[in-house]
Each structure stands twice: as C-alpha cells, then as structure tokens.
Design a protein around this ligand. Structure first.
Ligand SMILES: Cc1ncc(COP(=O)(O)O)c(C=O)c1O
Length: 428
C-alpha cells in the first residue's frame, strides 16, 4: 500500500475497497456519537477528545465493584489493586513513546506535569535563561513557560522566544529551526516544543532538535499532547530530556484523563535535581512508614505527587489495551495512509476553497501525524464550522481561522474520509 492516490480513488467504492485492505480495524471497539441531523456522524475530533472505547465502561465498573466489595481494602484486593494501579499503564506507555519502563509514568494532568518538568529542567542563570517555543504555542503551555520565567525573576517578554516561521505563517522548516537554536546559543536554557503543534499539525524531528539544543548547552523537552498515540516516537534513543502528554485526545481515556510524563534515564536517581515532591514519589518499600524525609524512587515515579484517580486510570487502561494490540508503528502507517487520502479527497473535491496548512507527507521524515489543519478561503470559517456541526460533522475550529480534522487510525476509515470531503464540498 502507498500514500499516493489518483482520481479513481475519489469514489465511495474505492474508499471501501481501501478499507478492506487495512489489517488494523478496531472501529467496532468504540462508541460513535449520534447527531440530530439525518446524516450519520462523521467523527474527526480524535485530536481533541478521542472516542470512548467500549471496554472503558467495563474497566471503570470493575473498580466500582472493588470499591463496593472491599472499601479501603480495594487498594490491595480485586482484579487490579489500586495501590499499584498506575503500573498497569507503564509498559503500554513505554511502547507508546519509545521509552524504558523506568522513564514513563501516568500521573496528574498535562499542564501540571509540564510545570513539574519545568521545575526540574528549566534552571536558568543570569546569562542562560531563555526558553524557545513555537510561534503558535498552545496558550496553557505559553502561560506555563511565562509564569516559570517570572517565578525565576525574569521578564517573560525577554525570556520567552517564539520561533520565527518560514514555510507559511504557522510552519517552520527544520533548517531554520536549528539555526534559531544556534543563534540563541549560550543564552538558551530550554527548547520546549509542542509535537505536533496544535494549530499547524507540524511534527518536529525530536532527535535533531534535541541534539542541537544539547550542542548549545540547553535542555530539550516536548509537549506530546498531539503526539502521544499519534506519532511514532522514540524518546529514549532520540535523547529528549523530558516529555509530557495528555490522554484524552489520541489516547481515548475520556475527558480530563490522566496525563503522562517521560524523564530520560540520565536524569533519574540524581540527588541534586530540583523537583517538587509528594508521597507517591517516595520509595514504595517505606512509603507507609510515614517518614518525614522524602526517599525518592529511582525512576520517573519520583515526580509523582498523589495517589492517582483510579477511574481515570481504568478508562486509560481499556484504551491502552487497544494500542498494545495494534502497535504504534502500524497505527502511524495506517494514519499516514488515511491522512494522505483525506488530503487527496479534500483537494480533489474542495480544491480552490481550501488551503492545507499542515506539512505534506514525507516518506523518510515524520512531518505530521493524523491531523490536517485547514483554512477555508474567502469564507467565514466559524460560520462554516457551525454548519458542519449541524450536519453531524465533528471537527473543530481554532481561532483565528483554522479547522482541524483528524482521521484517527484506531477507529476512522477511508470511507469516513471520503464522506467528510463530500460533506464539506456540499457545505460551500
Ligand atoms: C498542546 C496542548 N498543551 C496543553 C493543553 C492543556 O491541557 P490540560 O488542560 O490537560 O492541562 C492542551 C489541551 O488541549 C494542548 O493541546
């Protein structure tokens, strides 16, 4: 199978045919929402909130049953005792982001984890205090880095540097990105990128960016809100210092799902690393001795603060089982085929009216995941978005002028993509 399509693929039968050839088809494992129009829902919002795995209810029910049956003893009893419940996610997360098991943990929420990582990996001096971020950084990430700079006594306007773009107003070429890191040189404390960027869908080369950051003496971390469960990742080998992600988007753990964090092995077990600490990061062998001094775990779990929300972990476990079944590499490959097909049918059917902001597919470099960010030319994008909603097309709108659509390889198919392009065409 390849990722290029011709006019004969621009038919419903061809789309169905392409679906037949796919080996991974876990669509029937998910609930699709209905809508009030006469049309079937076209769900392309997995980049915002992933669909509910059918097993999520069972997984949460299992824990409700344990609570009902055992009360506090549920920490030690039942099919999945709560005390080590988060460890049920570790192996899946390690596979998901290309890490060792001691480098990943499910804990907290995304912005909380980002702050925890910044406490450890943004250690500015009077000379080296700048943080390089994307031009279109997600607001919460911008608030996080701004407030961290201020916390250390710097003026955020001076300390936070936004990447300049050279491809279009949202995308930066790799050469230019690396140049900008080199230019900041010994003033640069940290590179912190959203991967993929939430507004353009651009994926960055983690290895190249990290190596460049390290070569000028800076740390390098990634927000994988749009990367975990979407990109094929290799965090350990690529050498990133840290990464954080949420689980309600591509990972389908449900609203407010528990987040993830990665800290590279080279930073584990260090005595002098600054870190905010809580009892869930304490040595498990003596945690309940209630000692006043913190005895850190030697893994990334040292960054855990609290006993985690079990129902959230349960729905995440249900979804991670599906990722384990499919394998991230296979999902990325299917995601590339679907995304390229969606791009093709959108261009073919909506042509002049659309501008695709997201970088094109590249056979050797991972330039994007399963999200297309699109501008509608000469139209009120927000009004069009409302029209789509009424028609049962679930995509999303991001200010000022971007529509985002995600063919999620776990549950979307070629037929969905074909129908989406037709529906958009009919909405003009
Ligand atoms: C790139 C990015 N960063 C941060 C956030 C904020 O996430 P949370 O509310 O889980 O902290 C989001 C949420 O959509 C996001 O997409």
């Amino acid at each position: 199978m390849n990722n290029s399509y011709t006019s004969q693929d621009n038919h419903l039968d061809s789309a169905k045919n392409l679906d037949q050839k796919e080996k991974i088809n876990l669509r029937s494992e998910f609930h699709f929402p209905g809508n009030e129009s006469k049309h079937e829902t076209l769900y392309f919002c997995g980049h915002s909130l992933g669909l509910m795995p059918k097993d999520a209810r069972k997984a949460i029910d299992t824990e409700l049953n344990s609570w009902e049956k055992y009360g506090v003893e549920g920490h030690f009893n039942g099919p999945y005792p709560w005390l080590p419940y988060h460890e049920n996610i570790t192996k899946s997360f390690a596979h998901l982001v290309g890490a060792q098991e001691n480098e990943v943990v499910a804990m907290n929420t995304l912005t909380t984890n980002l702050h925890l990582m910044l406490v450890s990996f943004y250690r500015p001096s009077q000379k080296r205090y700048k943080i390089l971020i994307e031009k279109n950084t997600f607001p919460s990430d911008k608030y996080a880095v701004d407030s961290q700079a201020r916390f250390h006594g710097f003026d955020a306007h001076d300390a936070i540097v936004e990447l300049k773009t050279d491809v279009n107003d949202k995308v930066v070429s790799q050469e230019y990105l690396l140049e900008q890191i080199a230019e900041l040189g010994d003033e640069l404390a940290l590179v912190m990128l959203g991967n993929c960027n939430y507004l353009s869908g651009q994926a960055f080369d983690i290895k190249a960016v990290t190596e460049k950051a390290h070569s000028v003496g800076a740390m390098c971390g990634f927000n994988l809100a749009h990367g975990a469960g979407n990109l094929a990742l290799n965090l350990h080998d690529d050498g990133a210092d840290f990464a954080v992600w949420c689980s309600y988007k591509y990972l389908n753990a449900g609203p407010g799902g528990i987040a993830g964090a990665f800290v590279h092995e080279r930073h584990l077990g260090l005595k002098d690393i600054p870190r905010f600490e809580g009892w869930w990061g304490n040595n498990k062998d003596n945690r309940f001795e209630m000692r006043p001094e913190f005895d850190p775990l030697q893994t990334v779990e040292a960054w855990s603060l609290s006993n985690p929300p079990i129902f959230q972990l349960a729905s995440l476990r249900a979804s991670m089982n599906l990722f384990d079944q499919a394998g991230m590499k296979n999902l990325r490959e299917k995601g590339d085929r679907l995304t390229a097909y969606l791009e093709y049918v959108l261009k073919e059917n909506c042509g002049e009216n659309l501008e695709i902001v997201t970088p094109s597919y590249h056979p050797e470099k991972q330039m994007r995941g399963s999200m297309l960010c699109v501008k509608i030319k000469n139209a009120d994008t927000q009004a069009m978005f409302k029209k789509f909603q009424a028609r049962g097309i679930i995509i999303d709108f991001r200010e000022p002028d971007i529509l985002r659509m995600c063919p999620a390889p776990l549950y979307n198919n070629f037929e969905d993509c074909y129908r989406l392009a037709q529906a958009i065409k009919e909405s003009f």
